[in-house]
Write a protein that binds this ligand. Structure first.
Ligand SMILES: Cc1cc2nc3c(=O)[nH]c(=O)nc-3n(C[C@H](O)[C@H](O)[C@H](O)COP(=O)(O)OP(=O)(O)OC[C@H]3O[C@@H](n4cnc5c(N)ncnc54)[C@H](O)[C@@H]3O)c2cc1C
Length: 412
């Protein structure tokens, strides 16, 4: 391995973590310069909308790499330093302090930022959630609130709603679309989520457009299209993520809702990779997709680090994308991408609060959504990896043990 090369990583989240870990695990002993705009060592974001908002997890437990393991990585670590430009001709990044750092290979793992309503002036009672500091501010506002307004019925909005509700707060979720999480799940999952939150006492306002927000020291008022006004003590805005792709774009790289890459994370410049939430990658099935998930950031980072080291790695072997969300005592996991063309088979064990939706394409299970049913999802993952499936009719019968069903090759 050529250890005289110099690698630069921009971004210290889940993707940055797996870049550094993989480069070292694969034996690269040369220079790694690692920039993180935040002052913290890499930390985990998923607990921010869950345990952190409920005060269940201290900051130290969020570390993605334990301090000893971090020291053992022997990286040139630059916390609190933002990279502001890339000079592709000189192969240098330029930091906010004006320092230039040379790279042989540059990894962009700089994630994204929370989208805000256009024209919304900043106010302490109007918040979004991406960082630890955001979570602390929201926790404080929710703690003091009686009525919490949440704008956006996507994953983050719903997790914030659940965390606030579990603290006894009145919660109203405002969603412009006709159903929850419309961008990522089919109607049956939206309906499940809707019933879950309604049963917990959340007021769900679907298909409602917000025209204006007025925030003052006394609270927040939201004006809806049609003239209705809703008041609350704070408003948490969860209306999606904007990829931090300006750094790449300003350096002349192609971007379109993220930095465009091939399946291994390589951009059109072979010396630059982009991974995690910032990357709009070509998937093994030929689709281009920017995925915002913890596992995807890991997978893409591992693939890019290996590609940069010239090691063989087949991203297709990683299998379908996986995502989870925790709301109240419920765990929902999604494996693969359900499509409107898929047939849906549901399996329920109400006594255990379990629901599994199998999304079927001919004789194959193409995607699975599992509520409180991690074991069932794992079994289905195995079938998908082997491309061998049971008789799909049998899946609906909750009395059958999925592990005992005879499997047949789907191609047969
Ligand atoms: C509240 C919340 C809850 C979530 N829950 C789940 C969940 O339950 N399940 C799931 O699968 N996924 C979840 N996710 C998504 C998951 O956390 C992200 O997909 C993952 O963190 C993406 O990692 P990343 O490294 O690509 O980006 P990030 O984690 O955003 O890291 C990027 C880092 O780059 C830094 N940076 C940006 N620009 C620069 C620059 N110019 N110079 C230097 N540094 C820079 C940023 O400050 C940041 O620290 C959640 C996300 C959030 C915010």
């Amino acid at each position: 391995m050529d250890d005289t090369r110099s690698f630069v990583i921009v971004g210290a989240g889940q993707a940055g973590r797996w870049l550094a870990l993989t480069l070292r695990a694969e034996g690269f002993a040369g220079r790694i310069v690692w920039f993180g705009e935040e002052a913290h060592a890499p930390y985990d974001r998923p607990p921010l909308s869950k345990a952190v908002l409920k005060g269940e997890v201290p900051a130290a437990q969020l570390a993605l790499i334990a301090p000893e393991a971090f020291a053992a990585l022997q990286v040139d670590w630059r916390p609190g330093q933002r990279v502001t430009a890339i000079d592709r001709t000189a192969r240098e990044v330029i930091s906010a302090t004006g320092e230039r750092v040379r790279y042989d290979t540059l990894f962009l793992a700089n994630g994204g930022h929370a989208r805000m309503l256009p024209g919304l002036p900043p106010h302490p009672r109007v918040l979004s959630l991406r960082t630890y500091e955001d979570a602390q501010a929201i926790k404080q506002q929710i703690g003091a609130a009686q009525q919490v307004l949440v704008l956006g019925g996507g994953w983050i909005g719903l997790e914030v709603a659940a965390s606030a509700r579990q603290q006894g707060k009145a919660v109203t979720v405002l969603e412009a679309a006709p159903r929850l999480c419309i961008r990522t799940v089919p109607a049956c999952i939206s309906e499940h989520l809707q019933a879950l939150h309604a049963a917990q006492g959340v007021t769900l306002r679907l298909g409602c457009a917000v025209e204006a927000v007025d925030a003052s020291d006394r609270g927040v008022t939201v004006l809806l299209a049609g003239g209705e006004r809703l008041s609350g003590d704070c408003l948490v805005v969860g209306i999606g993520l904007v990829a931090n792709d300006a750094l790449a774009r300003e350096a002349g790289l192609a971007t379109a809702n993220g930095v465009l890459t091939d399946a291994s994370g390589r951009t059109e410049d072979p010396a630059i990779y982009a991974v995690g939430d910032v990357a709009n990658a070509l998937r093994p099935d030929g689709q281009r997709l920017r995925i915002e998930s913890w596992e995807n950031a890991q997978r893409q980072a591992v693939a890019a680090a290996k590609a940069a080291l010239g090691l063989a790695h087949d991203p297709a072997a990683d299998g379908p994308p996986w995502f989870w969300s925790d709301q109240y005592e419920h765990n929902l996991q999604l494996l693969g991408q359900p499509l409107p063309t898929h047939g849906v088979i549901e399996r329920q064990v109400p006594a255990r609060g379990q629901r599994v939706f199998f999304f079927c394409d001919g004789p194959r299970v193409a995607a699975v959504a599992a509520v409180n049913a991690g074991r069932e999802l794992k079994i289905a993952r195995k079938w998908m990896q082997q491309d061998r499936f049971p008789d799909l009719e049998a899946l609906a019968d909750a009395g059958t043990d999925l592990n005992k069903l005879p499997l047949m090759p789907a191609a047969a």
